[in-house]
Design a binder for this molecule. Structure first.
Ligand SMILES: Cc1cc2nc3c(=O)[nH]c(=O)nc-3n(C[C@H](O)[C@H](O)[C@H](O)COP(=O)(O)OP(=O)(O)OC[C@H]3O[C@@H](n4cnc5c(N)ncnc54)[C@H](O)[C@@H]3O)c2cc1C
Length: 456
């Protein structure tokens, strides 16, 4: 395996064009640091292929030169998987130019898009077709469909439509050996072997590069109501969520901000506080359907102190309190971001225990809790301690495992959580992961150091 000098990169410029091989330090810099600022690495070059064939040629070239391929979409990932490692022996492959956009298939309720299409662009293009895309999240303006498949992104509508895996009917991808697989027919029933799309979903760029996908669309109800309610405890919020799930068809979202989260957002954005004081839990619920919401929604929430919005601007205003949490926390400092999920029955006990556990282990820590409460998915963000002080991650993730939860609900393992994968996955499971990786990425070039222990 020859190590490429700068001159060898000329071969890449022949594949993708000189404008799309970026080697200058300043230009590479933005691709080498993640959204949180916690993960930084180095790469030989950033390459921006414009077609699936070009992606395949780049992956083969990296394989021939023993260079890591680091796929990158919107670089909004929160576990350090989209940036290169520190050794500099890799190439960031930016997928932004894969902008395929087929017409919406209104009969099948499906659409085929390129990996570089952003979530916001997908929502925009589908709007007006009578259908909608079932996944939404706050990073929608930058997050790409390829990155969202690679992380099996969740977001604010999992409650109703499931995560990304439930939307993906087929993918086109370049595997680690440079071969292209494509299964974009969109058949609803198709039992013809292994589910490669399912396997690539959530693989975090370790098996191949997703270049396009056939996506399922969902109904787009005309009416929506958002409720923001102050609640006295997580236990009360969980009980209320259960009643809503049982009695309110059409529930789209059940989200929460805990503790002083609302005050943090209000300070950061200069917003008016929605309540006289920070409630222990602010629960946001969204219903979507046709006409008025079910009476049960009103009955369960009651009317005292509850904020309700049915028009677009009002709904957006209430959502800001929840969606701006991530950026408001980052404004405080580089956070430890621990995206965890618990059995629904254990969420309250965990939420009560985690703040004390972190503060006992690392006393100056400030713990911010928010997340997709209806899915049992809490984002435990910790500021006020060194971003590399792993005692924080250790205490939170062990507590999660002790409560029967998972150390990643939706962000993935990335580089951030590799040391803790064994808390929730057995040795035989991890061995099966490694066997799959070896089969699809025989040169070991795809995103080493991400997801699987023992490499990178
Ligand atoms: C404000 C904010 C809010 C967020 N909210 C949520 C949320 O509610 N739910 C949620 O799940 N996530 C959320 N995220 C995290 C992030 O947006 C998602 O993980 C998203 O799926 C990443 O997409 P991306 O295009 O930015 O991928 P990147 O960050 O570029 O990459 C993420 C991973 O996917 C791999 N990858 C990227 N593109 C490809 C490809 N084409 N083929 C193969 N591998 C690829 C990368 O190597 C990396 O491992 C949020 C992030 C921010 C900043």
């Amino acid at each position: 395996v020859a190590s490429p000098q700068l001159a060898d990169l000329a071969a890449l410029t022949e594949v993708v064009g000189a404008d799309h091989v970026l080697v200058d330090d300043d230009v590479r810099a933005g691709y080498e640091v993640d959204w949180t600022g916690r993960f930084r690495g180095r790469c030989r070059a950033v390459v921006r292929p414009g077609s699936t064939a070009e992606v395949a040629a780049v992956v083969r070239w990296c394989g021939a030169h023993g260079l890591a391929v680091v796929p990158q979409g919107g670089n909004t990932g929160l576990v350090g998987g989209s940036v290169p490692g520190p050794d500099g022996d890799g190439v960031v492959v930016s997928l932004h130019r894969l902008q395929r956009f087929d017409p919406v298939d209104e009969v099948a309720a499906q659409v085929t898009v390129g990996a570089g299409v952003t979530l916001a662009a997908l929502h925009e293009r589908v709007r007006g077709s009578g259908w909608a895309f079932g996944v939404d999240l706050a990073a929608r303006d930058s997050a790409t469909i390829g990155g969202m498949i690679a992380t099996n992104a969740g977001g604010i509508r999992v409650l109703r439509h499931g995560a990304m895996r439930a939307q993906v009917l087929g993918v086109e991808a370049v595997l680690g050996d440079g071969s292209v697989v494509s299964h974009l027919g969109g058949l609803v029933k198709d039992n013809t072997g292994y589910d490669l799309a399912g396997l690539l979903t959530g693989s975090e760029g370790t098996l191949g590069v997703v270049t396009a996908a056939r996506l399922r669309l969902v109904p787009d109800p005309p009416d929506r109501v958002v409720v923001l309610a102050p609640l006295p405890s997580v236990a009360a919020a969980m009980a209320l969520c259960a009643r809503l799930r049982a009695r309110v068809p059409g529930l789209e979202a059940l989200e929460a901000v805990l503790g002083d989260g609302l005050a943090l957002v209000c300070d950061h954005l200069g917003l008016a506080h929605p309540f006289p004081a920070d409630p222990p839990v602010a629960l946001l619920a969204e219903w979507a359907g046709e006409g008025d919401p079910p009476d049960a929604l009103v009955e369960i929430f009651g009317s005292d102190d509850v904020l309700v919005a049915a028009d677009g601007a009002g709904r957006e205003r209430l959502w800001r309190y929840r969606e701006a949490m991530t950026e408001s926390i980052s404004a405080v400092g580089v956070p430890h971001k621990l995206d965890v999920t618990l059995p629904l029955g254990s969420v309250a006990e965990f939420a009560d225990a985690v703040v004390g556990a972190v503060q006992a282990a690392v006393p100056p820590a400030a713990v911010h809790l928010f997340g997709h409460l209806g899915d049992g998915n809490l984002h435990v963000n910790v500021t006020g301690v060194d971003p590399d002080d792993e005692r924080v991650d250790d205490v939170v993730l062990r507590l999660v495992a002790d409560h029967g939860g998972s150390i990643s609900a939706e962000h993935g393992i990335g580089r951030a959580k590799v040391p803790w994968l064994g808390l929730v996955r057995s040795d035989s499971e991890i061995a099966a992961f490694a066997a799959i990786k070896a089969a699809l990425d025989p040169n070991g070039v795809m995103n080493p150091g991400v997801l699987l222990p023992g490499e990178g």
